[in-house]
Design a protein around this ligand. Structure first.
Ligand SMILES: [Ca+2]
Ligand SMILES: [Ca+2]
Length: 86
């Protein structure tokens, strides 16, 4: 294995670095994404407009995410909205 080309080792290192960068960037982009149960502070299975204030992005888009306009977000509304927002 002494004849193993060094260039391949460097390529492997660069690939690894690229992967790490991608993983780090992905981690950062997910940082603000709270799960439904995190935002549903009182655990009643609905997110009120007040509870949505904990998530600044969600708070701004609350009216858009509230598809049936009942003033609260169900889990499915939240999931669909969160996917559309991010
Ligand atoms: Ca709630
Ligand atoms: Ca709703």
């Amino acid at each position: 294995m002494s004849g193993f080309p060094k260039s391949i080792t460097w390529q492997a290192m660069r690939t690894l670095l690229t992967l790490l960068t991608v993983v780090a960037a992905y981690g950062c982009s997910q940082e603000n994404a709270a799960s439904f149960s995190d935002v549903d502070a009182n655990g009643d299975g609905r997110i009120s407009e007040q509870e949505a204030q904990a998530d600044s992005v969600l708070a701004r888009r609350f009216a858009m995410v509230d598809a049936d306009r009942d003033g609260e977000l169900s889990a499915s509304e939240y999931l669909q909205g969160a996917t559309a927002l991010r």
